[in-house]
Design a protein. Structure first.
Length: 502
């Protein structure tokens, strides 16, 4: 049936009308991202009164509360523990009791006990709260990361004999893969003599900082093989032959049982905050998926012995923290809420080893497979006025999305470029990495370091807030594209295999 001219005119104008309805609220939301507001927020976060925002510290807690108060004023929902705005993760100081820690090997009637004071050295990983035991798997010979990655070691005790002679770099790579395979314990068998090995063990174990829970990782130990020689012989382990093998060696030691007992003492305990706000999406289905904007609100605290001792951390990373707050305000404007939900996250402990983001990635407020992307912001207030580095573009289709959005908004006079410093491995050095390794595609926005990096001179007056406001506008449009798209971002297969820890 022929269409009437009036109906045709209505249909012709409809897309323009809907586009205008969408564009107007977005324009109003973008207008809230101003240089004045950026400078104001950075001035609060990087003030001397925050005392450098060390993890943990009173200044860090004050910063977390400031962010939470802003989220509340925008109408976000709290996404922290027990309906609060905060996730608090424990930070404890512990010391290993060497005299009461041991490893026991038993095979048939043969049994050996190796004590931590003489024959066992703690090399890392979480100290188990209870004794760890299980059957052993011997790994030796010319292993590669690929060959080790194929082994089923979960819930087993992995015994590794490094090749002799061996490439230290290859050995370290194999050890890393063994560690990530999540055996109950990882024991490296050493053929060192008793005097040399004992000399490598401290007389008193140093204090360790322990963050949260182990997350399934094994304890890693170095064990002098001669101390458990009877049990190894009874289990048909030939140390010399295994170490010299030119082929990969994998031997199930069904006769051998291994028990690891480690005694730990608590010397102090505290905690540190992440601040989490959630803006619910508009789509009845997609609102159960989440885009994350993240930044770290901590810095390095106070440097004693100097007239100006407070490290304000204006660029690192008050600029990113202020950016997350600004974006939360923009997205909460009428008509700016996208189809997917958004988590606005400021974490702590980044400077100490990505503590807070690791805790969040292990304990997100929604299942991890419902987090579709992380946009991480760390240092965006300095250096070039028209350029921002976007690290991670090559690992997922977020790179193509960013290029499309960037091309559509040339009025911002801000170009997102590829990683300029791949040799610095920045991809692995900020909070986004804890998202990536759990399978969440990321983009990391970063202006590079400068002469004030980790110095007391990283102060608010040096921030180019006008530049940062334009970056935040680009990130707003990028987030709208991601959070409104029908399909979620996708990894490139080769990057997924390289980065994501299954």
């Amino acid at each position: 049936m022929p269409r009437s001219p009036i109906v045709g005119l209505v249909l012709l104008l409809l897309p323009v009308s809907l586009g205008a309805q969408t564009a107007a609220p977005h324009s109003r939301a973008v207008a809230t991202l101003t240089a004045r507001d950026v400078a104001h927020r950075i001035g609060i976060i990087a003030a001397d009164s925050m005392m450098g925002r060390d993890t943990p510290s009173r200044g860090l807690d004050l910063t977390a509360q400031y962010v939470a108060d802003q989220f509340r004023s925008f109408g976000l929902k709290p996404g922290g523990d027990d309906g609060s705005w905060f996730q608090r993760y424990p930070i404890t100081r512990r010391r290993l009791d060497l005299e009461h820690s041991r490893v026991i090997f038993a095979a048939g009637s043969a049994a050996d006990t190796a004590w931590f004071t003489q024959s066992v050295r703690y090399d890392g990983g979480p100290v188990p709260e209870k004794a760890v035991s299980g059957t052993a798997v011997l790994v030796a010979g010319a292993q590669t990361a690929e060959s080790v990655g194929k082994l089923a070691l979960k819930d087993k005790v992995a015994l590794y004999i490094p090749p002799s002679p061996g490439d230290p770099g290859v050995i370290q790579q194999v050890l890393r893969v063994l560690f990530l395979a999540e055996p109950r314990a990882l024991l490296v068998l050493s053929e060192s003599d008793s005097a040399s090995f004992r000399g490598s063990i401290p007389r008193r174990a140093p204090e360790r900082t322990v963050i949260g829970t182990s997350g399934g990782r094994p304890v890693a130990l170095q064990l002098r093989a001669a101390a458990v020689a009877r049990s190894l012989t009874a289990a048909n382990v030939d140390m010399a032959r295994a170490g010299r093998s030119s082929d990969p060696v994998v031997q199930e030691l069904s006769k051998l049982r291994v028990l690891v007992e480690m005694k730990d003492s608590l010397t102090s305990s505290s905690s540190a905050p992440n601040t989490v706000g959630i803006l619910e999406g508009t789509d009845s289905l997609l609102r159960h998926e989440y885009l994350v904007y993240s930044a770290h609100m901590d810095h390095i605290g106070i440097t004693s012995g100097r007239p100006d001792s407070i490290n304000n951390g204006a660029d690192d990373d008050a600029s990113g923290t202020a950016g997350v707050v600004e974006l939360a305000q923009a997205f909460s404007q009428p008509g700016a809420r996208p189809r997917r939900s958004i988590i606005f996250l400021t974490v702590s402990g980044e400077e100490k080893g990505l503590w807070g983001s690791n805790h969040f990635a292990m304990h997100p407020p929604a299942p991890v497979d419902q987090l579709v992307a992380d946009i991480n912001i760390d240092m965006i207030g300095r250096n070039w006025p028209d350029t921002i580095v976007a690290i991670g573009k090559e690992h997922s289709d977020l790179g193509a999305t960013l290029e499309r959005v960037n091309a559509a908004h040339r009025e911002l006079r801000m170009t997102a470029i590829d990683d300029r410093w791949p040799e610095e491995r920045f991809y692995f050095r900020s909070d986004h990495y804890n998202f990536a390794r759990r399978g969440i595609p990321i983009l990391f926005f970063f202006n590079g370091v400068h002469e004030d990096y980790h110095e007391v001179s990283d102060s608010p007056e040096k921030i180019n807030s006008e530049k940062e406001a334009r970056i935040l506008k680009l990130l707003f449009y990028l987030g709208q594209d991601i959070a409104n798209a029908t399909h979620r971002p996708q990894w490139k297969p080769e990057s997924y295999k390289e980065i994501v820890e299954e």
